[in-house]
Write a protein that binds this ligand. Structure first.
Ligand SMILES: Nc1ncnc2c1ncn2[C@@H]1O[C@H](COP(=O)(O)OP(=O)(O)OP(=O)(O)O)[C@@H](O)[C@H]1O
Length: 817
């Protein structure tokens, strides 16, 4: 991989101290962070004790980063302290593991043995605390057993923020809090209130009881670790790089700050973060909170990466459209606006199903029938909002598709040849060639329970949106999204023009156009009808994706199918032998309607339209294409120029006297060049190889019409073909009176100007001020003007009534086919 200039600059940045690297998903933040390690080792680890710590969010990420780092380390020369092994100089670990190691040290030093509490033990202790303090806080609603879950979460939050002082808790803005639900939990936790005081006292009692029972919770682990790091002479790290720092709690961040050996002038601590991917309510850096809350001034210390290298342009576009209108995300100070790079791929596919069973069967078929031939199983991840959905998927895949289900605390074996089933939380930071996001249904995402339980539903909504964004941005090549029942409201926010309906065809997902933008408005029977919405979408797709010009598209195309008159919803006509003929017909239904009857209908229509090669049937969610043999095929062809009526046409010039034909091609938009075949080669004649010939108004080959002495046009003919007929002009033939002489309606007849003609010659003559083209037969004082079509009678006129204008020497005919 060739890193870009910006990334190289960040890797080799010589300004030390604290800094933040912000960036959009897939912009190479982790890549920069990993590549910075050898740079720091080589340039800013002056003493043997200098050490680099890279912290990741979970085990899987640690494994992923170790894997990449190993490769990088093989390529660079680590210059100094060659007696030290790499492991002695670099630690790559995840935050939980790191903190737990200091927790163990704390216990050891203090000679205490504590187990992590189980959920049940924790609840029992908390229940006792609530009961004990109920009388003291009789007036406080929250001190009640029914608020157990709320109190548990609130206490966890206070501890995760390391608010050991009541005064601090009383004055802090409460961001990201969730409660059991609005009716049971308190509506607002007012600052400096007795409610906060009560909660704080319950927490203190709970801590005391935990300690007495030789137990601790997860927050205690971090708090003890922090105390240990702060008070004991632990080895400090010269450089710390923190990936996914937006997801760490305050205590976790404080532990890392305490581990930072900032006293050296070349030490550094780098926070790598993407606020659009912050998905935990316990995270500290949410809702625009800035680094001053950690005692760090980041002025001039912040850089950002905006280009996403991971996903294709199409996946990136769809993912960005999901977040770009959420003010809580884009107006956050730490947000980085993404910019697109040109990495073309296919649009993400979004499919809906009535039931979960059908959705999962689709996923299984997709993997078995389509993906397994193009990708290894290990390149595919199935991702869901909840573990329960993954368990269902696990059951449906059974033993037919090799797969394994993970949770966030497990580490993933990326090399194992199986499909990975991961939650949106646990896929964070990772990437797969193919990501299948399942269960994107209403109530699942945003997770109904989480939103209902929250006192700040807007915040939870935003976090749930970010979760979907995280899921979408994990795919490097293909993204599939599916749902059952009602779709998630987030899907409505993804710009439909970036979603495809299915893999096999180019058509994108249904999107609704405003009525003002409808095409063919004058012919729409019911512009506000639901079927019209589907028709307008399909017309836009025919134009935008399949590139058919609107001039080839029509609606309400009338046809006669046996005794019945039918109207085809949409028809695409293309040029065949200079005629515009139906090529694709489309029958539509409104969304949610079955397609069976429409399929029967198009097939019967196709049977009576011989030129029709494809029939489409769609209801906006399904899209079927049939060929002329009524077989279902993947897609319709893209438009190509040969479908248009062309301006370059084939002609032939018939030399009447010599009875020879010359073929040529001419572009009606440039008649001063003629392409002929000479010695087996096409050559273009122009300039003095052509003769300029005036064209006069039409001459009737039927009834005589007036020849207005007015030139309407000019034509060019090859000099060589005209021999000595240089005093010529052309007339356009109308009518069929000379068809037996191979002079047809629409032909151009070349006339040699002359006042006399031989018997039997075809002549242009003026009779009583009208001109006509006929075969001349002179019979004494009479002249017979003979048509070459038995349908017409010869015209007999006296010789003095006739003025010969000229003799026909050739005919220019359009060649059809
Ligand atoms: N300059 C580049 N050219 C090509 N590919 C790149 C470049 N920089 C990064 N990548 C690739 O883009 C992908 C994403 O990189 P990385 O994981 O470092 O991004 P990130 O910003 O940490 O993403 P996220 O926050 O979404 O986890 C990786 O596959 C990486 O190899």
């Amino acid at each position: 991989m060739q890193l870009n200039m910006e990334q190289k600059k960040l890797i080799n940045n010589t300004v030390m101290g604290h800094s933040v690297l912000k960036g959009v998903a897939g912009s190479g933040k982790t890549t920069v962070a990993i590549n910075r390690i050898p740079f720091l080792l080589n340039n800013y680890c002056m003493e043997e004790s200098d050490h680099v710590l890279m912290v990741t969010f979970n085990k899987s990420l640690t494994r992923y980063i170790e894997y990449i780092y190993k490769d990088i380390e093989e390529d660079v020369q680590l210059s100094i302290f060659e007696n030290l092994k790499s492991e002695d100089r670099v630690t790559i670990t995840n935050i939980d593991k790191l903190i737990f190691s200091y927790f163990l040290m704390y216990n050891k030093k203090n000679k205490i043995k504590r187990d992590i509490t189980t959920e049940q033990q924790q609840q029992n202790i908390l229940k006792n605390c609530i009961c004990e303090l109920k009388d003291t806080y009789r007036d406080i609603k929250v001190v009640d057993l029914k608020n157990l879950v709320f109190l548990k979460k609130e206490i966890a939050w206070i501890k995760a923020c390391n608010f050991s002082d009541l005064e601090v808790y009383q004055s802090v803005d409460r961001l990201g809090r969730t409660s059991v639900n609005n009716s049971e939990g308190p509506q607002k936790l007012l600052k400096n209130s007795r409610t906060r005081q009560a909660i704080f006292e319950i927490m203190q009692l709970y801590n005391k009881k935990l300690a007495e029972a030789k137990l601790c919770d997860f927050e205690d682990v971090s708090l003890s670790a922090l105390e240990y790091i702060r008070t004991d002479p632990v080895e400090k790290y010269t450089h710390i790089v923190i990936d996914e720092s937006q997801d760490l709690s305050k205590t976790q961040l404080e532990c890392l700050m305490a581990l930072y050996g900032s006293e050296k002038e070349y030490s550094s601590i780098m926070f790598v973060s993407d606020i659009a991917q912050s998905i935990y309510p316990t995270s500290w850096m949410i809702k625009g909170r800035n680094y001053t809350s950690l005692g760090l001034d980041m002025t001039g210390k912040s850089s950002s990466l905006a280009k996403n290298y991971r996903t294709t342009t199409q996946i990136a576009q769809a993912a960005y459209s999901l977040i770009e209108n959420d003010a809580d995300i884009v107006e956050d100070n730490n947000y980085v606006k993404p910019s697109l790079i040109d990495r073309q791929g296919t649009y993400p596919v979004l499919k809906g199903f009535p039931m979960l069973g059908r959705e999962l069967q689709y996923v299984k078929d997709l993997i078995q029938e389509k993906l397994s031939s193009k990708f290894s199983y290990r390149d595919i991840a199935i991702v869901a909002r909840t573990k329960r959905l993954l368990e269902e998927a696990d059951r449906v895949l059974g033993s037919d598709v090799p797969h394994s289900l993970f949770n966030a605390r497990e580490s993933i074996d990326f090399a194992a040849e199986n499909v990975k089933l991961l939650t949106m939380h646990s896929i964070k930071g990772l990437e797969f060639k193919v990501v299948i996001l399942i269960g994107l249904s209403d109530k699942v995402i945003p997770n109904q329970a989480a939103v209902l339980e929250s006192e700040d539903p807007a915040l939870i909504n935003t976090m749930e949106r970010k979760l979907l964004y995280v899921g979408m941005t994990r795919a490097t090549e293909r993204l599939y999204m599916s749902l059952h029942g009602e779709p998630s409201k987030f899907l409505r926010d993804i710009d439909g023009t970036f979603l495809k309906l299915q893999d096999s065809s180019l058509i994108r997902n249904y999107y609704r156009l405003p009525v003002q933008e409808y095409l063919f408005m004058d012919r729409i029977p019911d512009p506000y009808g639901k079927e019209e919405q589907v028709r307008q979408w399909l017309i836009r797709e025919l134009m935008g994706i399949y590139k058919y010009p609107v001039s080839l598209i029509n609606i309400e195309y009338r046809l006669q199918a046996f005794s019945q008159t039918g109207y085809v919803d949409v028809v695409v006509c293309i040029n065949r032998n200079n005629q515009m003929l139906p090529y694709i017909i489309v029958e539509l239904k409104q969304r949610g309607y079955e397609l069976e009857s429409a399929i029967g209908q198009v097939k019967s229509y196709m049977a009576v339209i011989p030129s029709c090669c494809y029939a489409i049937v769609s209801n906006g969610d399904e899209f079927h294409v049939y060929n002329r043999n009524n077989e279902q095929v993947d897609d319709i062809p893209m438009f190509d120029n040969s479908m248009l009526p062309t301006s370059v046409k084939n002609y032939k010039y018939v030399d009447i006297n010599r009875n020879v034909e010359h073929k040529f091609m001419m572009d009606s938009e440039n008649t001063s060049e003629i392409v002929v075949e000479e010695y087996g080669q096409e050559i273009t004649l122009k300039g003095n190889r052509l003769v300029k010939i005036p064209v006069f108004t039409s001459i009737a080959a039927g009834a005589p019409i007036e020849l207005v002495d007015e030139m309407t046009d000019v034509r060019y003919m090859p000099y060589d073909w005209l021999a000595n007929h240089l005093e010529t002009f052309m007339l356009k033939v109308r009518g069929d009176s000379m068809v037996n002489a191979r002079i047809d309606d629409g032909d151009y007849i070349l006339i040699q100007k002359q006042a006399s003609a031989d018997n039997g010659q075809i002549v242009a003559v003026e009779v009583d001020g009208n001109t006509t083209l006929k075969r001349l037969r002179m019979m004494g004082s009479m002249v017979l003007l003979i048509p070459e079509n038995q349908e017409y009678e010869p015209i007999a006129v006296s010789a003095d009534q006739v003025r010969i204008i000229g003799v026909a020497v050739g005919v220019v005919k359009k060649v059809i086919g």
